[in-house]
Design a binder for this molecule. Structure first.
Ligand code: ATP
Ligand code: MG
Length: 416
């Protein structure tokens, strides 16, 4: 087979192979066999990290992951990661090997790898080294552990999540024995860090068929997110979640909101008009979901029940409230409860409002704070009065014209 790989990878392989053995392995070989875009190239070598540094002594090198035997060499300003063949053993904590040992035996390095499709190596001349029939599994679209699946999932429970994630992104089945082992060993997920777990989980959430995966692997995900199990025990809530996920676009924040907005309702034990985001905020903190995603999802949840109809005044109010993120919010509401025709009408109104530069925000209002100061306003009265004027303009009670607004203000003062 031939992979068209970047020049810096080619020169590293060449240099190392003059004295030692070096191959491409893992995701790049798998993705090349699948005709998928290659993300990164992993080089494995029989040379020890010291020997690697010696081969590349004329280049900049650094110990990027020396604990795992990885050295980074900078070639043509590009970093190339080179990892020494290694044997891992121990795993008494289901997350780190107790010991790692370098080896010059390529097969032993392949034995520590997670799945057969990830243990195929390619030599610089294009020859494949495939000790565990990875190519056959790729042909049959199967994810299969290298060696005894139960043992491999016990050693490092992250592999459980990786198996599900690869099946989601590649559209592969998990081979039955591997799948059974994944369920049996699922409690070991507690031993890995939340960061490693959630990173894989979030990749699964945006999979095309996440609704099906959530149903199938509920017992796995619930080890770390027991809230999912709780939601699944309320039939009408659960069926709404699965249906929404089935129809929703693959947007992470939409999907998280569609699941977790039901948590506050559930906790309150009755349907409340405004879904509070605080339950989600606590959960997101525990799950180590980053602040940006958390903030967006919390905003969706908090506003999941507010009135949204194709009424121009209301749409302007929402535009003022949400600013640039309005379309994003509208997309979420479409995924949650808005009918397609209402969504289409609102979208059209938004483009009209923006196209005609109609006023919906203080920035666009024809008067500002200093106008009011000149009239003797001060302190919080300025902003409350500006907002009052904006409301008049949005509601069509007055044109967005400085003098007309000031007139109206005078008039209303006279009345008070
Ligand atoms: P991608 O980068 O597309 O997510 P990948 O297979 O390249 O997939 P990496 O995390 O980059 O995944 O790992 C590179 C290789 O290291 C894998 O192909 C596999 O051989 C090995 N590997 C990674 N994580 C593990 C693990 N937890 N247990 C065993 N082997 C692993
Ligand atoms: Mg990779």
């Amino acid at each position: 087979m031939h992979i068209q790989y970047p020049k810096q990878i080619e020169s590293c392989l060449k240099e190392l192979n003059q004295k030692y053995e070096a191959v491409l392995v893992g995701g790049c070989v798998r993705d090349a066999l699948l005709g998928r875009k290659i993300k990164d190239y992993d080089l494995a070598t029989s040379a020890t990290p010291e020997q690697v540094k010696d081969v590349f002594k004329r280049y900049t090198t650094f110990d990027s992951g020396i604990k795992h035997g990885t050295v980074t060499v900078v070639v043509d300003l590009q970093p190339v990661e080179i990892t020494t063949y290694r044997i891992e053993s121990g795993y008494s904590d289901s997350r780190h090997p107790d010991t790692i040992e370098y080896t010059t035996d390529l097969k032993k390095d392949c034995m520590r790898r997670d799945f057969t499709m990830n243990a195929i190596c390619m030599r610089p001349d294009g020859d494949l080294v495939d000790y565990f029939d990875g190519q056959k599994d790729i042909e049959n679209k199967l994810i299969r552990c290298v060696g005894d699946a139960k043992e491999r999932f016990y050693e490092d429970a992250l592999r459980i999540m990786r198996a599900i994630r690869f099946s989601a992104t590649l559209g592969f089945e998990i081979e039955p024995e591997t799948k059974a082992a994944l369920f049996e060993e699922r409690q070991n997920l507690r031993k890995i860090s939340m960061e490693r777990f959630i990173q894989e989980f979030l990749k699964i959430v945006v999979a095309e068929n996440f609704d099906e995966l959530l149903v199938e692997y509920l017992d796995v995900f619930s080890v770390m997110i027991p809230e999912l199990k709780q939601l699944s025990e309320i039939p009408d809530v659960w069926s709404k979640i699965i249906e929404d996920l089935h129809n929703a676009p693959a947007v992470l924040t939409y999907r998280l909101a569609l699941i977790f907005l039901h948590l506050s309702r559930f906790n309150a034990d009755k349907i409340i008009p405004m879904h509070s985001a605080s339950t989600f905020l606590m959960l997101a903190k525990r799950l180590r979901i980053n602040n940006e995603i958390t903030g967006t999802v919390a905003r969706f949840i908090q506003n999941s029940q507010i009135e949204l109809v194709a009424d121009k005044v209301l749409v302007k109010k929402r535009l003022n409230q949400f600013g640039d993120s309005f379309f994003d919010y509208l997309g979420f509401r479409k995924a949650y409860d808005l009918h397609d025709d209402v969504y289409d009408k609102i979208s059209k109104q938004v483009s009209d409002i923006i196209g005609r530069q109609e006023c919906f925000s203080l920035k666009q209002l024809a008067i500002n704070g200093s106008d009011l100061k000149q009239l003797g306003y001060s302190g919080t009265k300025i902003s409350s009065t500006l907002n009052q004027c904006l409301l008049w303009v949005i509601e069509g009670q007055v044109d967005n014209n400085k003098y007309k607004i000031l007139d109206k203000l005078n008039e209303s003062k006279g009345r008070n």
